[in-house]
Write a protein that binds this ligand. Structure first.
Ligand code: UD1
Ligand code: CA
Length: 446
């Protein structure tokens, strides 16, 4: 079955008070509209029709859409019904239609599928209940049947007490939509064409209305202002954390963790408070991620411990590594298993072999380090000569004494040692001790 998805994204969003159109407001670092697009793209055989108006070029440029997306202009924002009207001529004969609001970002794909399946030959409507329904259209029922939706502005005091509200999401056939939408009038306090009037029109036209009512409210919350956006932001991260918990991960506090991207988390892993996981990141099983850690576009192997306030970006961390506290790994760093990167250590564009350790105060830049290397406190890979970045290669089993400066380009052979405080400018062969420092003199002073 072909599905035409109409996404309404033409409004300015005055209540949001931002410089950008409301649908570009970010939720988990991604525009609201992008969330809607990503969810709807998962419907098989679907085509997206996105209605844009205020800041339309900016909106178009700020989101990624599936191939074949149809952009439709609504030049004057005369209401949600008017916005849908602009899309009518693009609907394919025989297709089902699904209407989405660009500011309702957390809808579950399963819910949409259900709504579409019952919308055939009917009109299906997604409703939910809110203790404080302010701002939402109220669902008026006669007996069990939905009779109409009344907008907050038009509602009487008793109607305002109704807690069943309109999510804005509707499904029906292209044929029914084409029949009903042109009948919508703007006789209301805002002089707008309300899409919600389609419900009453359907009942008058003997089209039956089916509803899907959701218990969980997070899924269809809209974002009209900054407070609602904040609520959604929290709901988003909590939803993800709860999904991970079902699979065996745990959290110090689901209110203090953020997932800003496409993230996976293995079972029995634990995330302490204020952890941020961003971009495309994978955290394996049995990991411990300490307070305030930031993990961005990275892969963390099983059994890794990331101590508090460490930042890992665009990197791959092997099994059973220990990172931090206060470590910065990345970008472009690859750690084999059981590597230890300790306090105030920065590793950048480097490869470190298994069991290599740099436990305190070091900078490893453009390094290619073998396994079981010990990098002493204060070691600097001097990779920059003022013009370009140079490589340092360190063979397995080497021992770099504390406070050494390794002036790249440089090669240090397997199992050799660098005396503490050395400035190493020449390659060191295997199994040698290099001392690149002046001999101590004790001079008489009194
Ligand atoms: C709308 C519904 C309300 C529902 C609520 C759910 C109407 C009349 N009301 O109210 O019943 O409970 O959503 O969140 O539909 N838009 C256009 N063109 C326009 C006007 C709006 O494209 O001319 C777009 C907006 O960009 C937005 C969406 O439609 O993405 C919804 O508009 P909004 O003004 O936020 O409607 P609500 O007042 O929230
Ligand atoms: Ca809204």
């Amino acid at each position: 079955m072909k599905i035409d998805v109409i996404i309404l994204a033409a409004g300015k969003g005055t209540r949001m008070g931002s410089n950008t159109p409301k649908v570009l407001s970010e939720l988990a670092s991604k525009p609201l509209l992008q969330h809607v697009i990503d969810t709807c793209s998962q419907l098989s055989n679907s085509k997206l029709h996105i209605v844009v108006g205020v800041g339309k070029n900016q909106v178009k440029q700020s989101v990624l859409t599936p191939k074949g997306t149809n952009w439709i202009s609504q030049n004057k924002q005369l209401g949600t019904g008017h916005a849908v009207k602009q899309a009518l001529k693009s609907l394919r004969p025989g297709a089902m239609t699904l209407i989405m609001y660009g500011d309702v970002p957390l809808v579950n794909i399963k819910t949409l599928k259900k709504l579409v399946s019952i919308g055939k030959n009917n009109l299906s409507l997604l409703t939910f209940n809110l203790d404080k329904p302010k701002g939402y259209g109220r669902i008026l029922r006669r007996g069990n049947k939905v009779a109409a939706i009344v907008e907050e502005k038009e509602a009487s005091t008793t109607e305002k007490e109704i807690t069943e509200v309109n999510s804005g999401i509707i499904s029906t056939s292209a044929k029914i939509l084409k029949e009903l939408i042109p009948q919508i009038k703007n006789k209301n306090s805002k002089k707008e064409y309300y899409l919600t009037d389609v419900i009453q029109l359907a009942t008058e036209n003997k089209i039956s209305i089916k509803t899907v009512n959701l218990d969980s409210t997070n899924e269809v919350l809209g974002a009209n202002d900054k407070q609602e956006l904040q609520k959604l932001e929290r709901a988003y991260h909590i939803n993800i954390a709860e999904e991970f918990m079902k699979k065996g991960a745990s959290f110090a506090d689901t209110h203090r963790v953020e997932f800003r991207g496409k993230v996976t988390l293995g079972k029995n892993s634990f995330l302490d408070i204020n952890v941020i996981v961003e971009g495309e990141s994978k955290i394996g099983k049995n990991c411990f991620i300490g307070a305030g850690a930031v993990i961005r576009n990275s892969t963390i192997g099983d059994g890794v411990r990331v101590e508090p306030y460490s930042v890992i970006e665009n990197s791959s961390i092997g099994e059973d590594c220990k990172i931090g506290p206060f470590a910065h790994v990345g970008p472009e760093t690859w750690l084999d298993k059981e590597v230890e990167i300790g306090n105030y250590v920065e590793v950048k564009r480097s490869k470190l072999g298994s069991r290599t350790k740099a436990k305190h105060l070091a900078y490893i830049g453009d390094g290619e380090v073998g396994s079981s290397v010990n990098i002493g406190a204060g070691t600097i890979f001097v990779n920059y000569d003022g013009k370009k970045k140079n490589k340092t290669k360190v063979g397995s089993g080497a021992f770099i004494g504390s406070n050494s400066a390794l002036i790249a380009p440089l090669q240090i052979g397997k199992n050799s040692m660098i005396g503490a405080g050395s400035v190493v400018t020449e390659n060191v062969p295997e199994n040698k001790l290099a001392l690149g420092r002046s001999r101590q003199r004790n001079l008489k002073i009194r």
